[in-house]
Design a protein around this ligand. Sequence first.
Ligand code: 5GP
Length: 190
Amino acid sequence: MNSYRESIAEVLFDESRISAAIDEMAAAIARDFSGEPILVVGVLKGALFAFTDLVRAIARRPNGPSDLSVETIWASSYGNATRSSGEVQLRKDVAGSIRGRNVLLVDDIVDNGLTMQYLRELLVQRAPARLRTAALLEKPERRLVNVRLDYVGLRCPNAFVVGYGLDYRELYRNLPIIARLKPESFAPEN
Ligand code: 5GP
């Protein structure tokens, strides 16, 4: 028994569910970009795990993109550990030009939608050929902005979740599952 299990209230998505969701997203992406080059941009740090699993799943599909390149971008919103303030800060940009390229932006979770909206608008100004968005998880109930989401893996209940890249104060990213934490696992907020 791993010690992290003591902090978890409920496993929402286990490894096989996550992997099936990634495979479904990969199938749709491979179909939509069949025979075309694509640049997949992962949003640090939360999407790291979904991003790397997704690009490998795309590569396994027959008749997928002709070439696949990867880049990362790092955005974070100010706020406390479980609630975003809605103000997004760009910490690291993509390297190189995306002008005239097919770009797929991959984030971990779309909650109020402001991070994805900010990143989408940032990249769209640079005139990519096609810009598509993907999120492993979305919380439809919490949406504040109607940002375009082309590929969604799993619908998440209105709860703060950790695991598979998602953290609470930089912990739990390494969990292979996505889970809700027990209330006593949260530090008192100040
Ligand atoms: P949004 O701007 O859509 O509200 O939030 C996007 C970012 O907030 C995500 O990329 C993620 O970093 C963080 N976030 C939103 N909901 C959760 C959650 O339930 N758990 C964790 N660990 N991070 C979340």
